[in-house]
Design a protein around this ligand. Structure first.
Ligand SMILES: Cc1ncc(COP(=O)(O)O)c(C=O)c1O
Length: 501
């Protein structure tokens, strides 16, 4: 869990004090409305009654070291089955990952077939059909605008590769610009958990312990967060112009020719709580970068590969990045995979420079991960799932508004495609946030996981400043049905009422 964009605080609440709250809440909650097919519950419970007496002891370094989370023993479609008999609707695809649902037999077959051919090669020495095919499909999906793909095993690794590629680009220009050593990124962003990616990301709670060893060459500007960032009466245009001016000012402060790149999530993910950009935002920000010769890097690890309704989230923004990172929906969780996609301009410079990317990893282009990913992407295309993302997404957004917007603690509902955030506040009129010591979204996550509620929700906290600001995020599978949309909203509403009344 610590590798995700949301605050680990959101899950690290104090169970001692919470257990009491939970039992009180459970006593007060009417769970009879839950329309859950529990036919598989007994079967799962039966298969797990033989667990060892040591089953609560774990050698895994879990997020909360002394607390072992529920054990999943089976998964199918959008459902997870735990060893204690709960059947949970996975309304978040884990961390926006399992986008075609669990246990897909086509992907299983593709993985086994790849294992029968070749499980591993060392990428400087060999390539595979699986890697070639994945890279070809990905570049084709951008109309060739991104012309090379560097395949890694996670979103973090893709971001690290992007930072290095950006730097390398400037050292290999016909007139090298060695002075370009700095990056500008955004507050309340998440780009991964290695020191480099954590340095460009900005979550005060997550960075605090490591602050003194994070890279000092990164500056952060305001995110695009209309609910809290837009002034009263301000138009979209004026807000965008103000954010672009802030970026311009940052370039001027740092020295415009010292900046390698601006890095941003196309639609903000967990750290801000699922916020799509205001129209024209990315165009305006990219113009500032172009004016100063810096690269435009879009991190689509969470918002890309179809999550927001188009394969690449930037397609909806009228911009093309110079570098793009993807992961999560790329392999849908069937294998760890991420990728850096490199735009033509950068490829051209590096090809005519040293002719190689000064970066590599042992598991780069892993054949089994590529084979899984190829099949996942084929399924998304053949089953026309992006259309379903758009249609079910619209339905989900409307239903969330209808059912939740009148709730006294629901301050803002925002999202795009099948990526929605519900920001909770103490006072709707003033937008005063909830008291962080209440650990509201953590409670929601925990209650949702109980068999009576049966929904997995992504809890976010610290969305305003790293400490204040609570959001619950939904990111269900691309193949959910209309009935699933109803189920998600029913259960979310029930959880919100259980925790906030
Ligand atoms: C936008 C973004 N970038 C990067 C990452 C890091 O990806 P991973 O956890 O696969 O390393 C995440 C993970 O949540 C993310 O949301």
């Amino acid at each position: 869990m610590a590798s995700l964009g949301y605050s680990s605080d959101a899950l690290n609440f104090n169970p001692k004090t919470f257990d009491k709250t939970l039992s009180t809440l459970s006593d007060n909650v009417d769970v009879t409305e839950i329309n859950d097919d529990t036919s598989d519950k007994d079967e799962v419970a039966e298969t797990t009654t033989t667990t060892s007496p040591l089953s609560n002891v774990s050698s895994v370094l879990h997020t909360k070291i002394s607390r072992k989370p529920a054990t999943v023993v089976k998964s199918q479609g959008s459902f997870l089955y735990t060893s204690d008999g709960a059947k949970i609707f996975d309304a978040t695809c884990g961390a926006a990952v399992t986008c075609i649902g669990h246990n897909d037999q086509r992907v299983r077959k593709a993985i086994v077939e790849q294992l029968d051919k070749v499980a591993y090669i060392y990428s400087p020495f060999f390539t595979t059909e699986a890697a070639e095919q994945l890279a070809t499909e990905l570049t084709a999906s951008t109309g060739g605008k991104m012309s090379k793909v560097f395949i890694v095993s996670s979103g973090t690794e893709a971001v690290e590769a992007a930072l290095k590629m950006a730097r390398q680009y400037f050292t290999e220009l016909p007139q090298p610009q060695w002075q370009r050593t700095k990056f500008i990124a955004r507050k309340q962003s998440y780009h991964g958990n290695t020191l480099g990616s954590l340095s460009v990301g900005f979550h005060p709670g997550r960075r605090a312990v490591y602050e003194s060893i994070l890279a000092q060459n990164v500056s952060h500007v305001s995110p695009c967060y209309p609910y809290r960032g837009m002034r009263s009466g301000e138009s979209d245009q004026a807000y965008v112009a103000r954010l672009a001016q802030e970026l311009e000012d940052k370039f001027q402060e740092l020295g415009p020719d010292t900046v390698c790149a601006f890095v941003a999530e196309t639609t903000a993910g967990m750290t801000l709580g699922c916020v799509p950009p205001v129209p024209g935002y990315h165009k305006a920000m990219k113009e500032v970068c172009e004016r100063h010769g810096a690269l435009y890097v879009l991190d689509e690890v969470m918002s890309g590969m179809g999550r927001t309704g188009t394969l690449h989230a930037w397609e909806q923004e009228g911009v093309v990045p110079d570098l793009q990172t993807v992961a999560k929906g790329l392999g849908a969780g069937y294998a760890p995979i991420g990728a850096l996609m490199v735009g033509d301009k950068v490829v051209d410079v590096v090809t005519h420079g040293t002719g190689s990317f000064v970066h590599s990893q042992t598991y780069q282009g892993h054949p089994v991960a590529c084979a899984a990913s190829n099949e996942v992407q084929r399924i998304i295309r053949e089953e026309n799932l992006l259309q379903n993302v758009r249609e079910r997404g619209e339905q989900l957004g409307k239903l969330l508004q209808q059912r939740l917007s009148d709730h006294k603690n629901v301050g803002n509902i925002r999202g795009r495609g099948l990526f929605w955030g519900v920001e909770l506040v103490k006072d709707k009129a003033t937008k005063e946030p909830l008291d962080p010591s209440e650990q509201t979204t953590a409670k929601m996550h925990q209650i949702g996981m109980q068999a009576d509620y049966g929904i997995s929700l992504l809890p976010g906290s610290g969305t305003i400043d790293g400490k204040l600001g609570d959001v619950v995020v939904l990111a269900p599978a691309y193949n959910i049905t209309s009935a699933d949309v109803g189920l998600i909203v029913d259960r979310l509403e029930k959880v919100i009422k259980a925790v906030l009344g």
